[in-house]
Design a protein around this ligand. Sequence first.
Ligand SMILES: Nc1ncnc2c1ncn2[C@@H]1O[C@H](COP(=O)(O)OP(=O)(O)OP(=O)(O)O)[C@@H](O)[C@H]1O
Ligand SMILES: CC(C)(CO)[C@@H](O)C(=O)[O-]
Ligand code: BAL
Length: 283
Amino acid sequence: MTAPIIRRLADLRNLTARWRAEGARIGVVPTMGALHVGHLSLVEAAKTGADRVIVTIFVNPKQFNNPDDLANYPRTEESDAAKLAPFAVDAIYVPDPDQVYPDGFATTVSVSGVSEGLCGAHRPGHFDGVATVVTKLLLQTQADRAYFGEKDFQQLMVVRRLVSDLDIPVEIVGCPTVREPDGLALSSRNVRLSDVARSKAPALYASLTEAAGAIADGTPVARALAAARAAVLAGGYSDVEYLELRSSTTLAPLDAPTEPARLLVAAHLDGVRLIDNVALCTI
Ligand SMILES: Nc1ncnc2c1ncn2[C@@H]1O[C@H](COP(=O)(O)OP(=O)(O)OP(=O)(O)O)[C@@H](O)[C@H]1O
Ligand SMILES: CC(C)(CO)[C@@H](O)C(=O)[O-]
Ligand code: BAL
């Protein structure tokens, strides 16, 4: 059965108040829609970890630094609802824009540290937009648990930080990246790739895993990163925005894998900006 689509905060509050009175634990999966199997893996995790599940769909204008990116972002509410039907979620919250940003809205949640560098350096204002809307969605849904993908690893770190700093009573659950059989991380933006570009796209993940293996085997980090950058470009990407080794816990830049670490990358293919990251397997 298709879950009810809720567009007004007052209606959402009526539902969550009832669930809370029943003692139900609420899980939320925040999304921008154009749902794919990566999103659905978060929904599955939420169904296991909570008694009631809300999926939110809101294309948040405040996190788009590029107006074309916002204009081209896929909006597919009807098919999103159909994809959620087999999961029997309890509500789909698709807020009208004024329910998130009413007239006079003047607050920004800005997280320093983990939001700097990587995507933060290349998408000015992006993480302020993410932090602001995630704070609102967590407070609006009154969720006990919220599910985010590791594909957007820096975003996950920003969300963990803000929840801890602002004492929001919610547990943040990070979920592994779901990939196509050829390794490409599922992303709503993949649909914008031409067939030719799609065939080249796996070079990103292949280069990352190759570099991660080389670093684990003792190759100096700078050399492994340079080789990976060259491989991404040779694979057909037009430019590499960043390709860095960072701490998995603080996101601090690392010259060597002296603690749990991740390789993170952003690159352009066919005019589409793709991101990915992998954990380093070290002893
Ligand atoms: N391949 C994936 N595996 C696991 N989680 C994912 C994957 N792709 C997206 N997610 C998660 O789904 C949630 C909603 O993401 P979003 O709606 O931005 O989709 P998206 O595919 O990341 O879109 P895009 O990358 O084009 O912005 C985020 O927590 C994100 O990390
Ligand atoms: C977390 C999020 C739903 C906030 O708009 C978005 O950044 C996303 O889809 O990853
Ligand atoms: N997946 C993160 C949302 C964005 O790219 O704006």
